[in-house]
Design a protein around this ligand. Structure first.
Ligand code: ADP
Length: 616
């Protein structure tokens, strides 16, 4: 018999029901049998005692009168009980008066109990002894022997009955187990089938059928809920997997597109991980350096950077990695032939949806020729500037002499010169004065190109005060109203700022119309710079000249109407650009003009911008 645990539930149920039923019936049968035999024996004893007593009582006369016939007749009544084997009536001396023996039984009289009043189970049956008493005197003894065949018969009868009941009840139990199978085993089998098909097919949409409202029904519900949960998670997972695959395919496509683009560009291109490890160099890089990707990947590229650029290069790169800020950098790379070439690198970070840097991408453009030209140009510019500076500086003295001596001649020899002579002298002295102004403006212009390396913070309000003080005469003459807001501290040379203020305000005074000149100076914060404005209510400027007026010697009026050299705004632009700022004008003819200029807020930026501007 297979282990009960491993049996199918159906059979298990049947076995349990049958075993339980059989055991219960068996125990009940045995109990009944034991109880019946004990009870029957006691009953039999009482019954026989009573019957023996009746015979004993009725035999008193027969014993007294030695009436053997009556005594025998009396005993003959016992014939009705076939299990009485024999019975005897004896006198007190033990002699037998009468006896009854069942046909076929031995003729012996059963041995009477010594007490004369007893019922004892002996080997051959139950011996019942009763005294025959007359007036309280025992005159004889009645004894009978009853065989125990009736008990055996009863046992057989009961056993048969128990067996029959067992057979019938087993049959019933079997039938019952079949219907119980329907109730218990079928839902379980159903559940098992559902579980099996889910595990075999991986299809979480399968549901077990609920067949009952008991614990099994509850189990089916929970199982189905669990399946629903797993199905939903499975769907999510499948969707996530599909999305991920699609994303991977897209990334792959993007990567191929990027690679194709990077390889087809004339520039050198690289990409790096967020921590700065370079993980891609395009073919142009490998061809230029003559090195393999393995040699220059991660931080291996430092080997081809010019030693003079390396420290600054590393510092800039590491700072960008820490801040995520893009940067541009000019440096020299060693070519495969050992020669260094200037490159301009632009490096940008790419961020993911969470704002974290996902990669760096950099392009490196060969600017060697351009750089060389720039350097040549710079040298030529420097030379020219030096020449202009020395020329204007050296010319100042003789020009001043021309002006001074022509005025002296005009004064001393006023009477000697005729009208023409005096007029020519007037031209000479006017020309000398204009030349002196021009030279001095030119000197200012060349000086404007020399920016201080490390400008200190300066209070622009104080600088404006100085400028206004220098222009006090012109302001008074024109009856101008000059107003200004609170002005900030800026990193710039005081002389340069004063130059800008003075040029813009003197222009505002100069290019006035009939109305009283009103000039307003203010500054507002514009990102990381200060934006200054000088606003007037003068003649204004036609929009087509808005850029032209910042050129050297560019004027919109002749000197008769408005004196000037056309250098003032060029100086302003030169100064502002040197500090990394910008200058522009907003104006309508007849509606006044507002000149704006910006100055970056920090000295560090000023320096960087100044370097850049001097390079460009
Ligand atoms: P200058 O004043 O010596 O002519 P600038 O370089 O200062 O030279 O100015 C260039 C030109 O720009 C001027 O000739 C003038 O036509 C125009 N301009 C400058 N400032 C103003 C102003 N505030 N209003 C109108 N026009 C102006």
């Amino acid at each position: 018999m297979p282990n009960l645990r491993d049996m199918p539930i159906k059979r298990k149920l049947m076995v349990i029901i049958l075993v339980t039923t059989t055991a219960a019936l068996l125990l009940a049968g045995i109990g009944i049998l034991v109880f019946d035999s004990v009870f029957f024996k006691a009953q039999l004893q009482n019954d026989l005692r009573a019957q023996a007593q009746i015979i004993a009582d009725n035999s008193t006369a027969a014993v007294s009168f030695e009436d053997e016939k009556s005594a025998t007749e009396m005993l003959g009544a016992l014939r009705e009980r076939p299990h009485i084997v024999s019975a005897c009536i004896s006198r007190t001396d033990g002699t037998i008066l009468a006896s009854y023996v069942r046909p076929g039984a031995p003729a012996d009289c059963p041995a009477a109990s010594p007490t004369g009043n007893d019922s004892v189970f002996a080997a051959d049956g139950l011996v019942v002894t009763r005294p025959i008493v007359l007036k309280d005197r025992r005159i004889g003894t009645m004894v009978l022997l009853y065989d125990l065949g009736e008990i055996d018969e009863r046992i057989k009868l009961f056993s048969g009955a128990v067996l029959a009941v067992m057979v019938v009840s087993s049959l019933l139990a079997f039938l019952l187990s079949s219907s119980l199978r329907e109730v218990i085993a079928t839902p379980i089998s159903q559940l098992v089938r559902a579980t099996k098909s889910v595990s075999e097919t991986g299809d979480y949409s399968i549901r077990a059928q609920k067949l009952s409202g008991d614990e099994l029904g509850l189990l089916v519900d929970r199982f189905n809920e669990m399946l629903a949960g797993v199905q939903s998670r499975d769907n999510d997972l499948k969707k996530a997997l599909l999305d991920r695959e699609a994303a991977i395919r897209e990334v792959d496509r993007e990567r191929q597109r990027f690679r194709f683009m990077a390889e087809s560009l004339p520039q050198k291109i690289f990409t790096a991980k967020p921590n700065g490890d370079v993980d891609y160099f395009n073919q142009q890089w490998l061809e230029f350096t003559g090195l393999t990707f393995e040699q220059i990947k991660d931080w291996g590229w430092t080997q081809f950077i010019h030693p003079d650029d390396l420290e600054e290069n590393l510092r800039t790169w590491k700072q960008a990695i820490a801040t995520g800020e893009p940067f541009r950098f000019e440096h020299r790379f060693r070519r495969a032939d050992g020669k260094f070439r200037w490159h301009l690198s632009h490096v940008h970070s790419m961020r993911d949806a969470d704002g974290n840097i996902s990669m760096w991408i950099g392009s490196n453009t060969d600017i060697h020729e351009q750089k060389e030209k720039e350097e040549d140009l710079q040298r030529a510019n420097d030379d020219l500037q030096q020449f202009a500076y020395s020329a204007s500086h050296d010319l100042q003295e003789p020009i001043r002499n021309v002006a001074v001596y022509s005025e002296l001649v005009a004064k001393r020899y006023h009477g000697v010169l005729d009208a023409d002579g005096q007029q020519f002298l007037g031209f000479l002295s006017e020309g000398g004065r204009r030349l002196a102004t021009l030279i001095s403006d030119l000197l200012a212009y060349t000086k404007a190109g020399m920016v201080e390396v490390n400008p200190a913070p300066v209070d622009s309000a104080a600088v404006l005060q100085h400028s206004l003080a220098s222009l006090a005469e012109a302001i008074r003459e024109s009856d101008a109203a000059v107003t200004y807001d609170a002005l900030p501290e800026v990193y710039m040379s005081e002389a340069h700022l004063q130059q800008v203020f003075q040029n813009l305000i003197s222009n505002a005074l100069k290019y006035r119309n009939q109305d009283q000149p009103r000039i307003h100076i203010s500054a507002i914060r514009n990102g990381s710079a200060w934006r200054f404005s000088v606003q007037d209510n003068g003649i204004g400027i036609d929009s087509q000249y808005k850029e032209r007026i910042f050129g050297v010697f560019k004027r919109l009026h002749n000197t008769h109407k408005y004196s000037g050299t056309g250098i003032g705004l060029a100086i302003c632009q030169r100064v502002v650009k040197r500090y990394g700022g910008q200058i522009w004008v907003e104006s309508e003819p007849g509606a006044g003009a507002t000149f704006f200029f910006t100055i970056p807020q920090y000295a560090q930026r000023v320096r960087a911008a100044a370097d850049e501007s001097s390079a460009g």
